[in-house]
Design a protein around this ligand. Structure first.
Ligand SMILES: *Cc1c(COP(=O)(O)O)cnc(C)c1O
Length: 426
């Protein structure tokens, strides 16, 4: 399989998996995509999903990454996915896929753990720096996904004052090969800084860098696997096919991975792009006009993105057709007060504590009375301040989180100027 940039329309510059993975962002500023979308055998997927998530994911990974020896892929995937995943039902007809039972209690573990193992496998022993901008959960997932991997230094940029204390604790208490940077700016500044480093030829001639944001192919593609698993569970429980999948979205890697799954043969009816007040994609779906802008801060801060990188992949998946995207995805956006009310409503009606991001999924599901499931992207305990505001009680902290809170935080402060980051990296 070869990989191309979303901007290389004539397909003049093919990349190998290794080169695409280490480059992160394509040299022309686009995002990597595979040359074709492999088709999967749904009977086989259903059979394997009834055994375990790892069994099913091995088959899908072998199909997508067909140039890696099958037995190597088997070992990598089983090592990455040693934690549970569950299609939960909070009430009759209301299903949510709990993706937060991994080591950092958010769905990003699915991409980050796979990528960490794959980069270790593809690497050639030369040191490499992984640069990641985070609005909260990416940082902790990447830090944990790469912690202790030989020859890898992880530099994480996060906006000062805009991530939760728990998220910060998860990123800043590992030490070792993990170097957190507290940036004087917002998430868009962090993302811009990372993008600028990749375009800096002089820097890149001195150190080898790659990205671990959802723009990286190795993080993005394995996120398509759990859509298959959820579908199989949902079909088993309801006897039906063609669910609508509601995806709480920020940088749109997750939703773009679902669209990829659909094109591999997953029988879903469509998607809902569920967003907070940062509604650039829902607005596009309504008007046909894409207007990137600065992000605004919300209680679902991992979704505070004003110019989502993966929009380019969504367009590619729709052959640049607005009509095609519109027929596949419906948009939804909501305010902070709606999110807080939803957390309260879910708690009072069903005795279930939802994190703010997943609550956006619940709201969108209710709004469209959609028949399917929503993705629950984080454990409520990661956002306990918001939960307390909504229901006047704290969710219980899982042991991994209370441990991180007790350790000393270590980070370096930098401005949002390019030069500060270059100096730090060198
Ligand atoms: C990252 C994140 C999202 C948004 O996912 P994207 O792939 O960026 O759209 C939603 N919820 C949580 C908890 C997240 O960490």
């Amino acid at each position: 399989m070869k990989y191309y940039s979303t901007r290389d329309k004539e397909r003049k510059n093919p990349f190998s998996l290794k080169d695409a993975a280490f480059a992160g962002l394509a040299p022309d500023g686009g995002l990597f995509i595979p040359e074709h979308i492999p088709e999967v055998d749904m009977d086989k997927v259903e059979e394997l999903a009834s055994k375990s998530y790892a069994d099913m994911a091995v088959y899908l990974a072998q199909t997508v990454f067909d140039d890696i020896p099958a037995e190597d892929m088997d070992a990598l995937v089983r090592d990455a996915y040693d934690f549970p995943i569950e299609l939960n039902s909070i009430a009759e007809g209301l299903y949510n896929l709990e993706l937060f039972h991994g080591p950092t209690y958010a769905f990003k573990d699915f991409g980050a753990r796979f990528m960490g193992r794959m980069l270790g496998y593809l690497g050639d022993g030369e040191p490499i720096t992984i640069l990641a901008a985070t609005s909260g959960d990416t940082g902790s997932a990447v830090a944990h996904g790469f912690y202790g991997v030989d020859n890898v230094r992880v530099v994480i940029l996060y906006p000062d004052g805009k991530v939760s204390p728990l998220q910060e604790a998860q990123m800043t208490t590992l030490g070792g090969n993990i170097q957190p940077l507290k940036v004087d700016g917002n998430f868009d500044d962090c993302q811009r800084l990372v993008k600028t480093m990749f375009k800096d030829e002089e820097l890149r001639s001195k150190i080898r860098i790659t990205s671990a944001n959802s723009i990286n192919l190795l993080r993005w593609l394995p996120q398509s696997f759990y859509y298959f698993y959820a579908y199989c569970q949902w079909k088993k429980r309801t006897g039906r096919t063609d669910p609508v999948v509601v995806v709480p979205s920020g940088n749109y890697g997750n939703l773009a991975a679902g669209m990829f799954a659909k094109r591999m043969g997953l029988p879903v009816a469509g998607f809902v792009a569920a967003s907070n007040a940062n509604d650039v994609v829902p607005e596009y779906l309504m008007t046909g006009e894409y207007r990137p802008r600065a992000s605004v801060r919300t209680v679902a801060n991992a979704m505070d993105v004003g110019d989502p990188s993966n929009f380019e992949r969504m367009l590619w998946l729709c052959n640049d057709s607005y009509d095609m995207m519109k027929s596949e995805i419906r948009g939804y956006s909501c305010s902070d007060s709606q999110i807080l009310d939803a957390i309260k409503d879910i708690y009072e009606s069903y005795g279930y504590i939802s994190d703010p991001h997943s609550a956006v999924g619940y709201l969108a599901t209710r709004h469209y009375s959609s028949d399917g499931f929503w993705l629950s992207t984080a454990h409520a305990a990661k956002f306990c301040e918001v939960i307390e505001r909504a229901i006047s009680r704290m969710p219980e902290l899982p042991s991994g989180l209370s441990l991180a809170m007790k350790r000393e935080k270590q980070f370096t402060r930098i401005s949002s100027k390019d030069k500060d980051l270059v100096d730090f990296l060198l």
